[in-house]
Design a protein. Structure first.
Length: 200
């Protein structure tokens, strides 16, 4: 098996991506006006026996004002890429992140960075990589989305009747992520306030 890559830590604001590399060096990338693209690529990875091989990675490439940033999945989790396959090599300074982090980030950036268009499950994934302030905002949006689901489903013969069921993806994410936990607290508080106002 190849060595395990040292992964970068990612925190997301609505308009800023913060990346802390394994060596402790931090990068701050403004997302306003960024162009995001997804590609397949490869990285040269060394196996435990010392042999070097090409490994497939997923690349999220960000370009803004002539500056390029690449975020990739761990090479050891990708299949071996034969030399006959023509794909670009990932930049040497690419940030390697866990697959779940990569998916949430790619989903957010390719989707245009709009919270209102996301489902509760998508908001829960995003909350896991959010800064504390952004997690609170994500929680408020998740509460509105969940309340919409509950109110629409309140008629006869409909399936979803309670807020807990609507917020279940966020509850599940909160078991693994402190940030998702903060988003869940925000969602429950926001939903309680909206429900009180609606009853008046």
């Amino acid at each position: 098996m190849p060595f395990k890559s040292a992964c970068a830590k990612v925190q997301l604001e609505s308009d800023v991506l913060l990346v802390e590399m394994p060596d402790g060096w931090s990068r701050r990338h403004v997302l306003d006006g960024v162009t995001a693209t997804i590609d397949d690529g490869f990285v040269m990875a060394r196996r435990d026996g010392g042999r070097v091989e090409r490994r497939f990675v997923r690349m999220l490439q960000l370009e803004r004002g002539g500056r390029h940033v690449a975020v990739i999945t761990p090479p050891e989790r990708g299949a071996v890429a034969p030399n006959v396959v023509r794909i670009p090599e990932a930049p040497q300074d690419a940030a390697i992140v866990e697959p779940g982090v990569w998916e949430a980030l790619a989903e957010w950036l390719i989707g245009g960075g709009r919270l209102g268009s996301l489902s509760v499950a998508e908001l829960a994934r995003l909350a896991c990589i959010a800064t504390p302030q952004f997690a609170v905002l994500i929680g408020e949006v998740a509460a509105r989305r969940a309340l919409d689901l509950v109110w629409v489903a309140a008629g006869p013969l409909r399936g979803l009747h309670d807020l807990d069921a609507a917020l279940q993806p966020l509850v599940d994410a909160a078991r693994e992520s402190p940030r998702a936990g903060e988003a869940l607290i925000s969602a429950l508080a926001h939903a309680a306030g909206v429900t009180r106002r609606r009853r008046r």
